[in-house]
Ligand binder design. Structure first.
Ligand code: ZN
Length: 264
């Protein structure tokens, strides 16, 4: 059982992630490891949302009906985010890593992030567009985040799994924490996992999935990959976006200062 290794006692490292597309029985609001939804109904709706209208080739973004699920226009120029005090001793490191990861996405796409410090940081879309909160997650991944999909359009959550077996080591490493935030902010922008492409073959193949749009072929170097799914990087490597990440996000948002699409 996946849950066997999820106890909040920093248990042994899992030998393999043991991936499934949906882990709804174990974690009702998580899909495909770290895609977070506001409630179980919405997670199921996302999974069942698949449509033959959109070919599942070379996906990297989720679709929402006929549209690509990206940030609303009014958010792109000023995506406010806060970091919960409840992260305690990890908070400063999370703030620094989020700032570094946000700057990397902003350097290639017309999206601007702004750190804010409201009296509390708990309610997405109220205290900030994006709230970064801790959770002791029933999931064997470092963090999870909402796509800009349905409830995500009213603000998004990014949760740091403080019960992840290697949480302390990740937080202690600027590179590992920044890589984690870079991946999760990719979800916040609308990217889904690199392995959800039709041409991916490996441990993370999904039998059931949602609709995706082709922007790039499977890219093992993508930040939207996982080491256990065939990524060519390790979590502790210096953070970097791949060529496909840059091309994909620029197609969605245009280059800095050049958005919104259609891009010049
Ligand atoms: Zn992910």
């Amino acid at each position: 059982m996946l849950l066997a290794l999820v106890a909040c006692d920093h248990g042994p490292a899992p030998a393999a992630i043991g991936l499934t597309c949906a882990m709804l029985d174990e974690a009702p609001t998580l899909v495909d490891l770290d895609l977070r939804f506001a409630n179980a109904d919405e997670a199921r709706e996302y999974l069942e949302h698949g449509s033959s209208e959109t070919p599942r080739e070379h996906l990297i973004v989720a679709t929402d009906g006929p549209s690509i699920a990206t940030l609303p226009l009014e958010v792109r120029g000023d995506l406010t985010y806060c970091v919960s005090d409840e992260l305690g001793a990890s908070r400063d490191a999370v703030i620094a890593a989020t700032e570094r990861a946000a700057a990397m996405w902003s350097s290639v796409a017309d999206v601007r992030f702004r750190f804010v410090t409201p009296p509390r940081c708990a309610e997405r879309g109220v205290d900030a567009h994006l709230v970064i909160i801790p959770e002791c997650g029933a999931s064997r991944v470092v963090a999870n985040a909402m796509l800009p999909w349905r409830s995500g359009r009213r603000g998004q959550e990014l949760a740091i799994n403080v019960c992840y077996w290697d949480h302390d080591a990740v937080v202690a490493s600027d590179d590992a924490l920044t890589r984690t935030l870079l991946h999760e902010l990719g979800h916040v922008l609308g990217l889904v996992h690199a392995w959800n492409t039709a041409d991916y073959v490996g441990a993370c193949e999904c039998a059931s999935s949602t609709s995706f749009l082709a922007l790039a072929p499977y890219d093992p170097a993508s930040i939207m990959n996982y080491p256990d799914c065939g990524a060519t990087w390790s979590l502790f490597d210096p953070p970097a976006l791949s060529d496909a990440d840059r091309a994909g996000i620029e197609e969605l948002y245009c280059a800095p200062g050049a958005g919104p699409p259609p891009c010049p």
